[in-house]
Design a protein around this ligand. Sequence first.
Ligand SMILES: [Zn+2]
Length: 232
Amino acid sequence: MMDLIIGRESGTDNPRLAIEYNGKTYFWGNPGSVPKSVSRKHCHVTIADDSSIVVEDVTTNNFMYINGIDCKKKGGVTMMDTIELGPDRFHLDLESVVKALSAQQTFSIAHLEKIYDAYQQKKMDTQVSQGRLNALSTLPGILSMTSIGLALIIPNARIVMIVIAAVFALAFALIRFRNADKLPKQAKKLEESFREKYVCPNPTCGHFLGGVPYKELLKNRTCPYCKSKFTE
Ligand SMILES: [Zn+2]
């Protein structure tokens, strides 16, 4: 959850955007980039953990436009929406502001170590299963060859051997058939759950961190997407 109060810098003729966040005030943009028609405390922006955003007028008479439409008091927005403040319609680049603020934040990524290790382990298990299945698939051939060989030496056993070979071949064909979609499905599920969990802990980011190993993340110490800092 991120809670911001956005308005005009006070005590200067060339105000910048002032953003109150976590008890601190941050300034954004070039001096003089914000018109006087923007109030010192103009709007209140709340970004929930599910990334939904609500913009609310701090007083009821500050002008606020969402996608060009006068928004009386409060409105849900996304980063894609155009937000304008005051009658001079100052364009608020919320996405850049949030990114810049994120870069000031530090998040613990210790929980990602287990997620990464478990993913690697399961991926390896899937590969081992696939390898075992491939090894098994050569067995019916070997058995049939052996049975035919034996049948030549012991003629009476011919039919029995051929039946045994056929049964083996059928059994392995069935095993392969049953596993044909099981392993790829497992692999897909594993990939999906990894993509869901191995993400930047910054709630306004939550970007999948790709195949970057946990140790690498700790070394880089920065989210490549929102630039927030990572710590153990
Ligand atoms: Zn991030």
